[in-house]
Write a protein that binds this ligand. Sequence first.
Ligand code: G3P
Length: 218
Amino acid sequence: MKFFIDTANLDQIKEAQDLGVLDGVTTNPSLMAKEGITGAQNIKDHYVKICELVEGDVSAEVISTDFDGMVKEGEALADLHPQIVVKIPMIKDGIKALKYFSDNGIKTNCTLVFSAGQALLAAKAGATYVSPFIGRLDDVSTDGLALIEKIRLIYDNYGYETQILAASIRHTMHVIECAEIGADVMTGPLSSILGLLNHPLTDIGLEKFLADYRKGNS
Ligand code: G3P
């Protein structure tokens, strides 16, 4: 399972990268705004900074909602750095843009996916990644993990190569359950990655090992 971090915060990206288990980064306009990154050029510069911090794919989202605009914007984003993956919203022109980029060898991430039908369309259009938002489904009393299961089944039925990127991950159990289901990638906040470290028996066990070592070597 690939681990992506879902943030535009450079310190957090660096902390995850330094851990040695990071495979990529996802961002969106809200995450950029949260870091105070505004203006087209500043946003582009920030994408390049992120690419220089990590080794894997970095999703950069288009703002246009029409085909021509998405193609122009996506091509400019893809030209910024070889690690850029163009993030396209799940709308009608977005499907056309996914097909265009797929035909032209540019990696894509289809975002704002909330149903199996949307995920099927994204795969048929040749998306590299599909991003079902599981946390936001849970927020409206709908089972986000059940959607990941359905998409896994559909993609496996037909051998679609689109990777399931479980997005809007909120906590460690989302990560673990997505891994059990077989999501290809998860993207979540740093806390959802670091939280996987925690177990009180590990802390108690380590404390005892170190105390016993000190007793034997004092
Ligand atoms: O990757 C999707 C993500 O950015 C949305 O997450 O927590 O805003 O639902 P959230």
